[in-house]
Write a protein that binds this ligand. Structure first.
Ligand code: EPU
Length: 420
């Protein structure tokens, strides 16, 4: 296992190319299970989570090859198995995304129930209720959800109490092959869902309401293989914007979509960070002092929970008070204790963190607890005086494509070493 070391206090200058979105690629790879044939997916990031879902697909009978570094071809002619084991699901919760496609194609899916994780309980009850609405029979046995349907699923209205990203994706995929029309109410509107809708539409699905919270899926009898490009990773983009805000400097992010970060852009501008957006690029400059802002995480287009830990690291560098409300996951403050080790003054009250900016951080030994918490510690390390040592960085490899290489290329002193 590796650790990351950062010699902080250097400003960042140059260009960073943004990779394809992890959370865009995962449901699209799962969607290839819906019909036989060879699908082509462009702009796939090189990540551990991508390797995990491909491994899962292989256990189900699919084959895949990388045509080049970022292009995948997946063949799903022979999908004979219908089980996602505990071993795979426990390493990546997004494995539940195979439930919808398997149920729609084979009429059967057996998927290990994910346990709680570092950021919260994260149940999948909305997914399960949705499948039941579409006519599936679900049983829970020995930690697995066993879903069956006799014949095709049947269209119905599915309402989400809270807009769920993977819940919406799972129901969309299942409904694409159902008999009749499915209406998904209070659907999630994240750009990754629009990416999946484009893939499904390319496969021949009939879907209305893209980018809205009311999706209409007119089920079809069969689908065909498709080609799709994964959208740029908005969370990776946001992480680098915040990193430049924290370390200072002048960096241009390319191959990104500025329109996918409406709330973060406004907040960063209020912090005194200069952003210049092009069609597929963002130039970020920070030279002056940082101003404090308050944050409330919300479903898209609100402020993403996946950037809460990173913006908190930035807020520790202001000289004001910042209140950060985490409204999506109940336990997403694991980075607080680690940031405190670097000199941050943060108080947590329920779902609220009060950050009293100290204007600076000091390097320390810290531990990564989940993917985005790890990114916040990297940001803190870039801005801190002295050496920061981050252990358990395998979390970062799940979701950031060559983070260390990309930051080194813009002048950060950051490197990996084997732990112990
Ligand atoms: N929820 C339920 N029941 C469900 C589903 C969700 O109560 O059946 C609750 C959750 O506990 C949470 C809220 O609804 O409070 C929203 O969760 P959502 O279902 O939207 O989360 P998710 O689909 O499991 C995806 C991303 C996460 C991201 C969240 C929120 C993927 C593969 N994962 O998770 O990404 O934080 O949406 O935007 O798309 C990450 O990349 O680091 C990550 C955690």
């Amino acid at each position: 296992m590796d650790k990351i070391l950062i010699e902080g206090g250097r400003s960042l200058r140059g260009e960073i190319k943004i990779s394809g979105a992890k959370n865009g690629a995962l449901p699209i790879i799962a969607a290839t299970l819906l019909c036989p044939g060879t699908h082509t997916i462009y702009n796939v990031p090189e990540l551990r989570d991508i390797r995990t879902i491909l491994q899962l697909l292989v256990t189900l009978g699919a084959t895949w090859e990388r045509i080049d570094k970022h292009t995948l071809k997946i063949n799903s002619d022979n999908i004979t198995e219908f089980e996602a084991s505990y071993e795979l699901v426990k390493t990546m919760r997004a494995s539940v995304l195979v439930l919808g496609p398997l149920l729609a194609r084979l009429g059967r899916a057996r998927v290990s129930l994910p346990g709680g994780c570092a950021i919260g309980a994260r149940p999948i009850d909305f997914h399960m209720q949705g499948f039941q609405k579409l006519g599936a029979q679900l049983e829970l046995e020995q930690g697995y959800v066993d879903a069956k349907v006799c014949g095709r699923l049947r269209g119905n209205t599915v309402y989400f109490d809270i807009p769920s990203v993977t819940g919406t994706e799972n129901i969309l995929m299942a409904a694409a092959l159902a008999e009749g029309t499915t209406i998904i109410k209070n659907a999630a509107k994240e750009p990754e869902i629009a990416n999946l809708i484009d893939m499904l539409t390319g496969m021949g699905a009939k879907i209305e309401g893209r980018d809205t919270d009311r999706l209409l899926v007119h089920g079809v009898k069969s689908l065909k293989p498709a080609e799709i490009a994964i959208i740029p990773d908005r969370i990776e983009t946001g992480t680098f914007l915040i990193a430049v805000g924290a370390a200072g400097g002048d960096v241009t992010l390319t191959n990104c979509n500025p329109a996918h970060l409406p709330s973060l852009s406004e907040k960063l501008r209020s912090c005194g960070i200069y952003l210049e957006t092009g069609e597929k690029s963002i130039r970020v400059i920070r030279s002056g002092p940082l101003k404090n802002v308050d944050i409330k995480t919300m479903p898209y287009p609100g402020f993403p929970t996946d950037l809460q830990a990173q913006i908190m690291a930035l807020m520790t560098l202001t000289s004001g008070l910042s209140v950060i409300h985490e409204n999506i996951f109940e336990n997403r403050f694991m980075h607080v204790a680690e940031l405190r080790r670097m000199g941050a003054d943060i108080m947590v009250e329920g779902g609220k963190a009060i950050v009293k900016g100290q204007g600076k951080l000091e390097g320390a030994q810290v531990m990564a607890t989940d993917l985005r918490a790890s990114a916040s510690l990297v940001i803190a390390g870039l801005a801190a005086r002295g050496l920061t040592e981050i252990s358990r960085v395998y979390h970062l490899d799940r979701g950031y494509d060559d983070l260390v290489g990309k930051l080194s290329a813009v002048g950060a002193k950051i490197w990996r070493e084997p732990e112990n």
